[in-house]
Design a binder for this molecule. Sequence first.
Ligand code: SAM
Length: 207
Amino acid sequence: MSKFGKTWWEQQHIKRREKWLTGCTMGKYEGFFGVEFAGKRVLEIGCGMMVATRQILEVAADLWVVDVSSVAVAKAGRLIGSKAVLLSNVEDMLPMDYFDVVISHLVVQHIYEKEVLHQMDYAITALNENGVFAVHYMSTVNGNDGEEQRRQVFHNGGSISRSTSYFKEMLEGRGKVLRQVEPCVFKDTPAGSGRTVLWNGMLVGKP
Ligand SMILES: C[S@@+](CC[C@H](N)C(=O)[O-])C[C@H]1O[C@@H](n2cnc3c(N)ncnc32)[C@H](O)[C@@H]1O
């Protein structure tokens, strides 16, 4: 069982643990993925501190937010009320073929394969024909043996790093990789771990 389950996330949201919730801005999302939110129909998966969420709300044509934490969703309700659609469960009426951008930033490194595949499926189903799923994933590039490199490795208290080829394998039959994002070194790479953790991303379209 992952340490990063629903209850764990709800505790982080109650305690407002910035280390885990992060405070990424819309500009950071845009710079990293090379996407824009102005005038777009946007689904944000994993809202964290909701810094980017509130900025996207100002410019997007429509914003939906899904977060596994009901505490986050309740807080979003207090902050942005009915200006966005807020869901703690994607089975709650997520539309198909609707969004221009679905973004998942700093989320999938916290979840196991079955849930990642589920996220890929619902994110890509929810995209419109020209929509993009902008998804961040973590990789390690140094200090790993071949099998770790190809599959997954646990580090930094349980986060999951995946190689690009493995991440692409997960996407097979689900979505088409439109572009890979230029990787950058993740700031929380543990000192002396012998591993370089990369912050990677892909833009994915309908298959
Ligand atoms: C590390 S924070 C990232 C927040 C924000 N995206 C950012 O980049 O600043 C992870 C967020 O994703 C949420 N989360 C974790 N697992 C999730 C899942 N399976 N589905 C949706 N949200 C999830 C957590 O509750 C938390 O709000």
